[in-house]
Design a protein around this ligand. Structure first.
Ligand code: GLN
Length: 488
């Protein structure tokens, strides 16, 4: 065993709640410009250690904060996020700001437009502080695949924050933003939120526009929020949700007031517990914490029963076929011509393409492009891609049957708490297996929330995943609130 070289540090600090901050701003106890300045001080202080932000958007943030202060002074009505400092995962574009997606191939790229989720936050008054580190093109479970270095977990700097939205989770855990946006294709919001001890939301597929999200696997990609508590996460989702003419897959369903939904209590809700998520491979300390969380749901008046999700064992191969196939197609656009990095010395056009891709993409991204291209190739399409789509359908139907009997399903978010930096980088399969509990909901298109639910003896956070049927985010929030209320 290698000896511990450096003492782990901790940078955990809980942000104030939206309600507290709103009160402070409305009463004039703090100005939005001062709040933004304070957050930039905090970032300057801890970012060198945690590597959470890749770039800052100070000018835009301070202008927005000044607009909020002017509106407050005039007594104009304020948006629900007026003056609230927020961070954005670097796979979402902001006009004129760097958007690297954690990749060298996008170095120097400055998109000419805002993602819909970004403009909705700003329209609600949020102050956008900057862009957050992540795994390259959101491919990873530990944030160690970023071309700009890993994020460190604020709970224990020798550990990973999870991935791919590691920066988004760590920013909230270390109070470098009050809330953040991330993306989740196979677990990238839920797993880092659980590793860092914050709340993360997987909205139903289509609930939040993907316009301006740099695509990984388009049939799986979702944009969603992180916050320090369930109610604030619900408020954030309410702001970014809704149909968008710029995303044909966005849902026309009306957007409920999720914060109010989350206030309704969990009493009388039927909760399903799938045995498949408590089997071999689950860390006993994580299991114990989740079982305690389930007991707290019983105490809150929920009816807990077993449900069966037998196809879960096919979820990892299915996900890693569908996701890599779509990624291989989506990443074809990075050719050294249109965006970012171009290899300097090539004699021919095709050499320029291949050198740019060879030098611009990291190892994991290349592995996925190879796997995905193989799965889609003429001779193997039926055996791999088509078969994976069929299994995906079975997984989705299995969830539908379960949700006919229960209102929500609870599971551990990940089979383990945050692991050490470097612990899994040599074994991609071990890294993929860390996604076992999150990829099923991704494939099925359903929604979920991860909420802090106890800790290991070493003090590492454990997250409970609360899943609900399509467009039933409100139910997931109610259950998560009950779990949250039982912590302390
Ligand atoms: N860890 C999973 C992967 O590497 C999920 C990533 C994500 O949700 N973006 O594909």
């Amino acid at each position: 065993m290698p000896s511990e070289t450096k003492a782990a540090e901790t940078f955990v600090e809980k942000p104030k709640t939206l309600a507290e901050l709103r009160g402070d701003l409305a009463a004039g106890r703090v100005k939005a410009t001062d709040l933004a300045a304070r957050y930039y001080e905090r970032i300057e202080e801890v970012n060198p250690r945690l590597n959470v932000y890749l770039s800052l958007t100070k000018e835009r943030a301070l202008e927005q904060a000044a607009r909020v202060d002017a509106a407050t002074a005039k007594g104009d009505p304020l948006g629900v996020l007026a003056g609230i400092p927020v961070g954005i995962k670097d796979v979402l574009v902001m006009k004129g700001a760097p958007a690297t997606a954690g990749s060298k191939i996008l170095e120097g790229y400055r998109p000419p437009y805002d993602a819909t989720a970004v403009s909705k936050l700003e329209a609600a008054g949020a102050v956008l502080l900057g862009k957050l580190n992540c795994d390259e093109f959101a491919m990873g479970s530990s944030n160690e695949n970023s071309a700009y270095g890993p994020v460190r977990n604020p709970v224990d700097t020798e550990r990973v924050p999870g991935g791919s939205s590691g920066g988004s989770a760590a920013a909230v855990a270390a109070n470098m933003a009050v809330a953040t946006l991330g993306s989740d294709t196979g677990g990238s919001i839920r797993q880092p939120a659980s590793f860092c001890g914050v709340v993360g939301v997987l909205p139903t597929y289509g609930r939040v526009s993907r316009y301006g999200l740099i695509a990984f696997a388009s049939s799986l990609d979702r944009v969603g929020p992180f916050a320090a508590n369930v109610r604030d996460a619900a408020t954030m989702l309410g702001v970014i949700a809704g149909q968008d003419p710029k995303d044909a897959t966005s849902s026309p369903a009306p957007v409920p007031d999720y914060a109010v939904e989350s206030d309704k209590g969990a009493e009388g809700l039927r909760i399903g517990v799938p045995a498949e998520y408590f089997a071999e491979g689950l860390d006993p300390e994580v299991r114990a914490a989740i079982e305690k969380g389930i007991d707290s749901l019983k105490a809150a008046g929920c009816a807990v029963k077993r449900v069966g999700l037998p196809h879960t064992r096919y979820a990892i191969p299915t996900y890693y076929l569908v996701a890599t196939a779509e990624a291989s197609a989506n990443l074809a656009r990075f050719d050294g011509v249109r965006y970012g990095y171009r290899s300097p010395a090539s004699d021919t056009l095709s050499a320029m393409y291949s050198h740019s891709r060879d030098e611009g993409f990291g190892a994991e991204v290349k592995r996925r492009i190879l796997l995905g291209t193989y799965a889609l190739s003429a001779g193997y399409y039926d055996a791999y891609y088509l078969k994976a789509q069929q299994v995906r359908r079975l997984l989705a139907e299995e969830y539908l049957r379960a949700f006919a009997e229960v209102d929500a399903i609870v599971t551990p978010t990940a089979p383990m708490a945050a692991f050490r930096l470097g612990e899994k980088t040599g074994d991609p399969l071990a890294m993929y297996l860390a996604d076992i509990y999150t990829v099923t909901a991704s494939l099925a298109g359903i929604c979920g929330v991860t909420v802090p639910c106890g800790a290991t003896q070493a003090g590492l956070p454990v997250g409970m995943q609360v899943l609900a049927a399509h467009l039933n985010e409100g139910t997931a929030f109610r259950v998560a609130r009950a779990v949250e209320a039982a912590q302390s």
